[in-house]
Write a protein that binds this ligand. Structure first.
Ligand code: HEM
Length: 494
């Protein structure tokens, strides 16, 4: 008899389907893992095996070291078929089409030659994020989206981007919301019982069909329209050099198949980076509000490194260990993608004597890994010093797990290809915000600070905070002048 990993008791047919919550499922998985004292657990979703790995070692052993059989994606009827995300390589099975897409990304976005990426991030922070925060601070959620998301869209498509309310970013936003909310495992009955996809939209309880139709239309527009606009701009000479223009030039005379590939890679890359990086920066605002002492200490470090008369640059990063530790702690304390993106096995396997069937959905439970008290004592406390030596330098030999490199960005062959981009935009935004602004709680009519409240609904793959309020004020006249000098107020465009 096959010995499956330990798991909660399950019902016949339904298995643990009724035990898996629709929100924050990773927390329930963490609880099971603790109760069963095992870093590998087995959950049965109406016959669909789910393996949850709750230690970095188990994730590395399986998702990384055996990534030849752990790199497939779960075929979710809702997102993959009904919303038609199958064109996006993040959702694609582990096959030649995915490999070809991934090769293009690696060629253009990773390794040496990242200067265009860094320049683009710097430009968007200085010409969009900072001026917008200065001019209309209450809309900071939108500004983060426009500043961070805009840099990715611009880098990929080279289209002129508006400093505020850019229509391409708005379209990307809408499409992302559809993608991330429809690919949550266990959320839709049609993912468990695929025959439900044949139910018509007018049928009672077929709300998912309406959601799928709306999502399908937006995702199709998002994949196609910016790509076509970029091609048009290339012909008219109005597009800046970008991933799309470079690919099309190097594949001159490319056939329709190759164009579809470039379109797929562009939209996936732009989508993969936007929500994640934007969420990390929103979480940074939350931390500044919650821990004013940390804000003060990080500001002191930034000031001491940049002196006066300039803004932080990416090259300052090695000289700001405290800020780096704050950002590591933020990625640990509140992971952007707490359960990562599920992988799937393509062959039977065994681990620690347990049988793992082919076709299992495999989660690397980042939340559990980052809140393991044996690795991070008092894991729910926000404490950047856990990454620092007593002298205030970053621990060199990271005897402790490093959230910048471990788990946060996934595992194995599917690991996030936007790590460099994500970390650079996160760091530069944080350093510039600290250099230019004080972030404080809102005041009530009596002038008393309102204690900040944060809510994470946990309904999607990315754990974004619900909108919250804060007071963002420039730190000095000098910072106002520096921000104003960095962009052209008379132009709508960046
Ligand atoms: C804080 C920032 C970010 C975080 C936390 C993050 C996290 C992740 C995670 C957990 C995965 C799943 C990996 C796996 O399956 O094991 C992923 C995949 C991916 N990410 Fe990121 N990411 C970030 C930024 C970015 C950026 C900036 C880009 C692009 C500009 C990007 C593009 C992608 C793509 C295309 C995939 C799909 C890879 C594939 O399936 O082959 N990400 N990311």
């Amino acid at each position: 008899k096959k010995r499956y990993p330990p798991g909660p008791k399950h019902l016949p047919l339904l298995g643990n389907l009724l035990d898996i919550p629709r929100c924050h499922a990773y927390k329930k998985f963490t609880k099971y893992s603790k109760e069963l004292d095992s870093d590998i657990i087995y959950v049965d979703a109406a016959g669909q095996p789910i393996i949850v790995l709750s230690s970095l070692k188990a994730c590395n052993d399986l998702l990384s070291k055996r990534s030849n059989i752990y790199s497939d994606r779960f075929h979710q009827t809702m997102s993959f078929e009904l919303v038609d995300c199958k064109r996006l390589f993040a959702f694609q099975p582990y096959n030649d089409e995915w490999r070809e897409a991934r090769r293009l990304v690696v060629k253009y976005f990773t390794g040496p030659g990242k200067t265009p990426i860094n320049n683009c991030i710097t430009e968007f922070v200085r010409k969009a994020l900072l001026p917008n925060l200065l001019n209309t601070p209450d809309d900071f959620f939108t500004h983060i989206r426009n500043g961070i998301g805009g840099s990715i869209v611009s880098l990929v498509y080279g289209l002129p981007t508006q400093r505020e309310k850019d229509p391409w970013i708005a379209l990307a936003d809408e499409a992302l919301a559809c993608m991330t909310s429809t690919c949550v495992p266990g959320k839709y009955a049609v993912d468990i019982f695929p025959f439900l996809k044949h139910i018509p939209e007018w049928f009672p309880e077929a709300q998912f069909q309406k959601e799928a139709r709306v999502g399908r239309e937006i995702v199709a527009r998002y994949i196609h329209e910016p790509f076509e606009a970029s091609k048009r701009g290339m012909a008219e000479g109005t597009t800046q050099p970008s991933f799309v223009t470079r690919c099309l030039e190097s594949l001159a005379g490319a056939d329709e198949q190759k164009e579809l590939l470039i379109e797929n890679v562009s939209s996936t890359f732009a989508a993969g980076g936007t929500d994640t990086s934007v969420t990390a920066v929103k979480n940074f605002f939350a931390v500044l509000l919650l821990f004013p002492d940390i804000q003060e200490k990080a500001q002191a470090e930034v000031d001491s490194v940049i002196g006066s008369g300039r803004l932080p640059e990416l090259s300052d990063k090695p000289n700001m260990p405290y800020l780096r530790a704050v950002l590591k702690e933020l990625l640990r304390w509140n992971p952007v993608a707490p359960a990562g993106l599920p992988h799937m096995t393509t062959e039977d396997d065994s681990y620690k004597g347990y049988f793992i069937p082919k076709g299992s959905i495999v989660f690397g439970n980042t939340w559990a890994i980052m809140h393991d008290e044996s690795v991070f004592p008092e894991p729910f406390n926000f404490d950047p010093t856990r990454f620092l030596t007593p002298e205030g330098q970053l621990k060199a030999d990271m005897d402790i797990l490093d959230p910048e490199t471990d788990a946060t960005f996934g595992f194995g062959r599917r690991i996030c290809p936007g790590i460099d981009f994500g970390l650079a935009s996160f760091w530069l935004s944080a350093a510039c915000i600290l250099a230019c602004f004080n972030i404080a709680p809102e005041l009530d009519e009596m002038g008393t600070p309102i204690p900040p409240k944060f809510e994470y609904l946990g309904k999607e793959i990315i754990a974004h905070p619900e909108p919250f309020k804060c007071r963002i004020t420039p730190r000095s006249k000098e910072t106002i002048a520096l921000i104003r000098a960095g962009y052209d107020e008379n132009s709508r465009y960046i």
